[in-house]
Each structure stands twice: as structure tokens, then as C-alpha cells.
Write a protein that binds this ligand. Structure first.
Ligand SMILES: Cc1cc2nc3c(=O)[nH]c(=O)nc-3n(C[C@H](O)[C@H](O)[C@H](O)COP(=O)(O)O)c2cc1C
Ligand code: SF4
Length: 489
């Protein structure tokens, strides 16, 4: 038996933690170590092996070098960096797009994060980082203030926060609060900024949420690559003595989808659930669960203090790519890409070719859209949306087809494989785009349309449903690139 393993907790919900412990303290999770843990936890060996195979990082040593080849890192030299580090593992996004091309050596980020030199004014309006007593209001009043504030979820889906909070309160307890700190969306680094620079604000938001939901327990599902965030948030939680557990995620983008996250936390593969029921009715271990993104919760104390109608409507914009000062900036919810680039991020470093406004599935807009407000309404005419506000600026020298193909590859690698249109469609479209880069039409335009519709309508979660969005955006704004497909019958 592996030394120390017999001390580990046996509840199924601790499986991911235990696997992380084995990786850190014993070594990469080999089949033998997986079996030993399964025997200890009294779970079938095959079930644990199945979970291990879902989370790629469990098989890697703790000091592994991981090089990011997400779209922004690819654009700024990620592949050359990979070649310079033989033995390094290629990973899709490590949440440090402001440092692109970025890599991790174990827990250490390279290049190192130094906010004073790498970043601009960052988070000003959310206020200083200091522990405070959370505002205390009656639940009905909280819902009313949230409604008046217009706050929508900043995890990407943009669902009205007050509606979700009201639904959770209506479901009978015991209830649970979960903070989604998985932040796997390429180009999105804002939650890391909150946890590293304003951890007390998030803690305050968690306290409000727990009191509102009358929840006795809360969890933060935090992506594994965020070591500094884990340390600083952990210290801020400990200072308030809160019963909040940090669950370390396991390097899978789809685990940011809320029902996949619940599966992962319950000790299974992170595959999204069919809905209904929604987590607000039946979430973690079947209990009504309030799930919010880190940034959403960080805005709530100010809304309750100032009043929903009076509170300035801002959000945190992650800006990366071809700009002088990539970083995270707090700005109005209706800011334009040009304002973010010029007034906050120090201007473009090259002629701009395309902008991804809010993460991989948010669309791709041309330079002509730089003055559109980055709201749902402002971006709809451009076939895009604000998503998670991860604004990625691509230079004209970076081919649009490569950007769309890299994005599709990301979706294909991160698909959980549960539904056929997503599993096969993302790979098929990656192939089509690869062939197009070489002027080869791999399928006629009508057939491509059929694939896109099948994915949009037949996928059960936002990954498969949203994967066509960037491709549709490119087809609309750069139709000449797709001419070979349209000429084929
Ligand atoms: C594939 C996929 C990945 C997601 N990743 C994240 C994530 O990393 N962080 C996050 O907060 N929400 C993510 N979401 C959205 C969550 O499902 C959910 O809407 C969100 O956590 C709810 O919190 P909010 O209402 O405060 O935004 C993802 C959704 C999908 C479909
Ligand atoms: S759409 Fe893709 S990622 Fe989502 S459940 Fe289906 S296969 Fe999994």
C-alpha cells in the first residue's frame, strides 16, 4: 500500500482531493496507485480509473512544465516556447493570458506575475482589499437590490443573478453555496485577479450568499493552476473563520460548466448533466445549490451597500494579445473594445486584425466593430456576445483561419465526449478549417451548415452549442476565406 494513503478520507466526494494528494505526495497517478486508492475508498477500481483518465494533469509529475498554446499564446509565440522546452506538456489555457506566451513550471508561473510592471491600473472601482463585516439585509430586500442593479452572472452565461437567488431561496433546505472559480475560458483572467488582489471582497460576497441561502457549507471550485489565488483566498477565508472548503479542480475546461462541476465535486468524471432539474433546485448531492462566478459574488457587497439602482454598473475586463499593457481592468459594462485597448491597455502594438470579445464561444469581430458597446445588445448585430469579458486582440498578421481552427481544436480537446454532435462535430470542423488553410475544401458549404446546426441543437451543454459561434462569425465577416467551400457541391 502507498505510504500515508490509508489516512485519506473515504467519502466519495473527496476522490478528486485524494487523487490530487497522491499526485503531490506520492507521484503521478499510475494504474497501481489508482487501484490502491480505489481499494482504500471502497470504490470499484474501474470507476476510479475512469475518473483518473478524465483529468489529464493527474498523470503528470508535480514539477511538470506546462506550456500554453491557447489562441493568445499561440499568436504570441507559444509553440516556439514549447519547442524550446523538450518534455514540456502542451496545455490549452493556464489563465495567464496577460503574460502570453505563458508557461507553468510546477506551480510557478513563467514569466513571473509582477502586477506593478506588467499591468495597468487593474481593479480600482471594486475598492480596497480589506476584511469587512458583510452587509446584512432581509432576503426579499437582497433580491430586490440585485434586480435593481441589473447584475447578471459574469461566468459567461449572463443569467440574471436575482432570479437564480430567488429560485434557491424557494427550494427547501439544507442548501449549499458553490463559487465557480474554475476560470478555464481562454482569454479570461479576471477571477484570478479578484482572488489574488481582492480576496476579501469575494469572501464578503460568499458570506452574504451563505447567509441569504441559510447554507451551512460552501465550496470554492478553484482551478488547479491558480496556486497564488489558492493561498491568498485560503488566508482570507481562514481570517473570517468560515466553513468554506476549497476544492481543487483538475484542469478540465468543461468542469467550469456548473453541472459538470457538480459531477466532478461528487467524485465522478466532469460530464454535464441534463437539465432540469437546475442546480438551484437539485445540485450538489441533490441539495438546492447557489452557484455563482467569483466576479459575480465580488460585486454583491457594493450593490447592497450603495443600493442596486445607485451602484455603478461595471465589470472586469480581461484584455490580452496585441496590446501594450495586457491585464484586468474594471470598466463600465458598455465600454467598447477601442476604449479598452486605447484608454486602459496602452493601445494596440500592431494593426488589429480581429477581436474575440468574451472568450472562445463569444464570437469574432472585425476591426469595424471596435466602437460597438461590448454588451449583449451592442454585439448581437456582429454575431457575438460579451461572454466572460475576456477580450483578446489579434494582430492582422495572425491569420483568422488559424484563430478559428485553434479555437475549434480547443473545443475538440475539451469536449467531454458525452454527446455525438459535439464529440464528432468539433473534430470534423477542426479538420475542415485545417484543410481550408491549405485551400482544400473538405466539405461543401451546405454540409458545413448541417454540421453547425446539429451541434447547436443537439449538444447538451454550452461547449457544443457554442463551438460553432466563432466559425459563424468568421464566415460572416471574412466570407472570402470560405469561398472554396461555397463553390463545392
Ligand atoms: C463549457 C463551459 C465552461 C464554463 N466555465 C466557466 C468557468 O470557468 N467559470 C464560471 O464562472 N462559469 C463557467 N461557465 C458557466 C457556468 O456554467 C455557470 O453559468 C456559472 O458558473 C454561473 O455563475 P454566474 O451566474 O455567476 O455567472 C461555463 C459554462 C460552460 C458551458
Ligand atoms: S456538448 Fe460537448 S462538452 Fe457538453 S456535454 Fe455534450 S459532449 Fe460534453
Amino acid at each position: 500500500m502507498t505510504p500515508g494513503l490509508d489516512e485519506l478520507p473515504r467519502e466519495r466526494t473527496r476522490l478528486l482531493d485524494n487523487l490530487g494528494w497522491v499526485r503531490r505526495n506520492v507521484g503521478p497517478v499510475t494504474p497501481e496507485r489508482s487501484d490502491a486508492l480505489a481499494d482504500h475508498m471502497n470504490i470499484r477500481r474501474g470507476e476510479v480509473a475512469e475518473v483518473v483518465s478524465f483529468y489529464s494533469y493527474l498523470g503528470q509529475p508535480v514539477d511538470v512544465v506546462r506550456v500554453c498554446t491557447g489562441p493568445v499564446c499561440d499568436c504570441l509565440g507559444g509553440r516556439a516556447l514549447l519547442e524550446r522546452h523538450p518534455g514540456a506538456v502542451e496545455v490549452p489555457c493556464i489563465g495567464h493570458c496577460d503574460l502570453a506566451p505563458a508557461m507553468l513550471r510546477g506551480d510557478e508561473v513563467v514569466p513571473a506575475v509582477t502586477y506593478s510592471t506588467n499591468h495597468g491600473p487593474s481593479i480600482d472601482l471594486l475598492g480596497p482589499d480589506e476584511p469587512r463585516e458583510p452587509p446584512s439585509l432581509e432576503p426579499d430586500r437582497i433580491v430586490a437590490e440585485l434586480e435593481a442593479s441589473g447584475l447578471v452572472g459574469y461566468g459567461g452565461a449572463g443569467f440574471a443573478t436575482w432570479r437564480k437567488w430567488e429560485a434557491v431561496r424557494k427550494a427547501p433546505g439544507p442548501r449549499v453555496v458553490i463559487v465557480n472559480a474554475d476560470e478555464g475560458e481562454p482569454g479570461t483572467i479576471k477571477d484570478r485577479y479578484v482572488m489574488e488582489l481582492r480576496p476579501h471582497l469575494l469572501v464578503e460576497g460568499i458570506e452574504v450568499a451563505m447567509a441569504f441561502a441559510e447554507a451551512e457549507e460552501a465550496y470554492v471550485y478553484l482551478r488547479e493552476e491558480y496556486a497564488t489565488a489558492r493561498e491568498r483566498l485560503g488566508a482570507a477565508l481562514a481570517a473570517r473563520g468560515l466553513p468554506v472548503t476549497i476544492v481543487t479542480g483538475a484542469g478540465s475546461y468543461v468542469c467550469g460548466e456548473e453541472t459538470a462541476m457538480l459531477e466532478s465535486m461528487e467524485g465522478r468524471r466532469g460530464m454535464p448533466r441534463l437539465r432540469p432539474p437546475f442546480p438551484a433546485e437539485a445540485g450538489y448531492l441533490g441539495r438546492p445549490t447557489l452557484i455563482n462566478n467569483v466576479e459575480t459574488l465580488a460585486h454583491i457587497p457594493a450593490i447592497l451597500r450603495l443600493g442596486g439602482a445607485a451602484c455603478p454598473r461595471t465589470r472586469l475586463w480581461s484584455v490580452s494579445g496585441a496590446v501594450a499593457r495586457p491585464g484586468c481592468y474594471e470598466a463600465s459594462v458598455d465600454v467598447t473594445a477601442r476604449q479598452l485597448i486605447d484608454d486602459y491597455a496602452g493601445g494596440a502594438t500592431e494593426e488589429i486584425g480581429a477581436v474575440v470579445p468574451g472568450g472562445a464561444a463569444s464570437g469574432i469581430i472585425p476591426p469595424a466593430a471596435l466602437d460597438a458597446p461590448l454588451t449583449r445588445e451592442g454585439l448581437a448585430p456582429w454575431g457575438a456576445g460579451p461572454g466572460s469579458a475576456g477580450v483578446q486582440v489579434f494582430p492582422a498578421s495572425y491569420p483568422v483561419l488559424r484563430l478559428v481552427r485553434e479555437t475549434m481544436r480547443f473545443f475538440a480537446e475539451e469536449s467531454c465526449q458525452k454527446c455525438t454532435p459535439c464529440r464528432i462535430g468539433t473534430r470534423a470542423l477542426e479538420h475542415v478549417l485545417h484543410e481550408l488553410e491549405h485551400d482544400r475544401p473538405a466539405m461543401p458549404g451546405w454540409q458545413l451548415e448541417e454540421w453547425l446546426v446539429a451541434m447547436e441543437k443537439g449538444s447538451i451543454c454550452g461547449l457544443g452549442q457554442g463551438a460553432p459561434v466563432p466559425l459563424r462569425g468568421a464566415m460572416r465577416h471574412w466570407p472570402e476565406l470560405f469561398a472554396p467551400l461555397l463553390q463545392t457541391r
